[in-house]
Design a protein around this ligand. Structure first.
Ligand code: NAG
Ligand code: NAG
Ligand code: NAG
Ligand code: NAG
Ligand code: NAG
Length: 369
């Protein structure tokens, strides 16, 4: 048995080596970034659209794919897109942040050349300059495992992206001016799910099947809690790492974070609320979408389920329960726990603390400043 599995292992490694010898596939994207009318909270606002869409188009890739993304800036301001969570290996100038990437001037294009080398999982992209993120311009990124790499759960019947977060009725120039005058941001006006307020999105599922939801907090200032009425969530991935598969009733998702959960449609056929609400705020904002069973004529019923609001300990305890599954595969056939980080002796300890300094009279957010 042992020799059989090691032969399999060798064979697998050999097959992988021979596949990776060829160049990884290229995926081409042509994006036009424009202003356009959006109605996230029911009132008309000027949004940032990509190819006419808000949220922007999803990027779907497989580990090691080369992404060639040509971005035309039709705005009247310099613009950049950052690829949150995508590792830029020796190409930091593709990361789309001020300082390593020259802004794309109005009326000009730039072609990002990225490789999602040794990566899997759920991420999102967003505009990184001038508070443009407050006007949209964001979208999901999914990186699937290569066919030969085992994934520690069965393929789901469907795969939904939920880009959730706070929203302001003030536009990005007004919000930027508030920070630049030295003040903190006001409390947001609402929460949105995939660019829309409450009950504007319906996710349809077949009873008895299991679905993957990839949830990212794409907001500006607020942590959120995510939950689905009457359903448990099995956490399987956090930003490209397969986790121990714990079950949660609700999940705190902080700014910039992305989580994948599996949800089994194991309830009586009707509609169920998908809810997000703000965390650590005295006033609580929420927004809902609907999980709809395809065999149901019914709609949602009852009040949307409540969740934690100001409790910090609850959140810390949940964060501590998120663990890497050391024996599951990551992007490569070897277990993602085989790096033995735990055996490396510590020689320096660096403490990172988020701070909110005022710099030249402007409110800024930083690390250790
Ligand atoms: C982008 O869209 C704007 C507005 O529709 C249009 O004027 C411009 O030609 C487009 N640019 C590209 C490169 O498609
Ligand atoms: C801009 O777009 C044109 C037309 O698609 C293309 O030929 C050119 O290479 C692009 N330039 C950059 C810097 O991406
Ligand atoms: C933002 O809104 C203000 C009014 O509050 C307006 O003067 C300004 O032109 C708007 N900025 C953009 C980019 O639309
Ligand atoms: C970790 O991954 C392995 C390999 O896929 C799987 O057998 C195991 O059940 C997982 N453990 C947990 C606790 O999720
Ligand atoms: C860590 O330190 C221990 C004790 O000094 C030593 O035996 C071990 O080899 C070191 N490990 C590494 C990876 O350097």
């Amino acid at each position: 048995m042992a020799s059989y599995s090691s032969i399999c292992c060798l064979l697998l490694v050999f097959m992988l080596v021979s596949c990776t010898r060829g160049e990884s596939p290229y995926r081409f994207f042509n994006w036009n970034v424009t202003y356009g009318d959006i109605y996230p909270l029911g009132v008309k606002q000027q949004g940032i659209l990509i190819n006419g869409q808000f949220p922007g188009p999803s990027i779907e890739a497989v580990t090691n794919d080369n992404l060639i993304i040509s971005v035309f800036n039709a705005l009247d301001e310099p613009f950049l897109i950052s690829w949150n969570g995508v590792q830029q290996r020796r190409n930091s100038w593709q990361d789309g942040v001020y300082g390593t990437n020259c802004p794309i001037s109005p009326g000009k294009n730039f072609t990002y050349v990225l490789q999602v080398k040794d990566q899997i999982g759920s991420y999102f992209y967003f505009p990184s300059l001038a508070f443009h993120k407050a006007a949209g311009g964001y979208g999901g990124i999914k990186i699937a495992s290569r066919p030969l790499i085992p994934v520690p759960f069965d393929p789901p019947a469907g795969d939904f992206t939920i880009l959730a977060g706070d929203w302001y009725k003030k536009n990005h120039t007004d919000l930027k001016a508030i920070l630049d005058s030295g003040s903190d941001l006001p409390f947001p006006d609402g929460l949105v799910i995939n660019g829309r307020g409450s009950n504007a999105n319906t996710f349809t599922v077949d009873q008895g099947k299991t679905y993957r939801f990839r949830i990212s907090n794409v907001g500006i200032s607020t942590s959120i809690n995510f939950r689905i009425q009457g359903h448990k969530m099995l956490l399987v991935e956090v930003e490209g790492t397969h986790t121990l598969q714990n079950t949660y009733d609700s999940l705190d998702i902080h700014l910039g974070q992305s989580y994948s959960v599996l949800v089994r449609a194991d309830q009586p056929p009707q509609g169920y609320y998908i809810v997000i609400s703000t965390r650590f705020t005295s006033q609580v904002l929420s927004a809902t979408s609907v999980l709809h069973y395809s065999n149901s004529a019914g709609s949602v019923s009852g009040p949307p389920p409540g969740g934690p609001t100001t409790q910090i300990d609850w959140s810390l305890e949940q964060a501590r329960s998120l663990r890497r599954n050391l024996t599951a595969s990551g992007p490569r056939p070897n277990p993602q726990g085989s790096y033995h980080y735990g055996l490396i002796n510590t020689t320096h300890t660096i403490r990172l603390q988020n701070t909110g300094p005022t710099i030249n009279g402007k409110q800024r957010y930083a690390v250790n400043t």
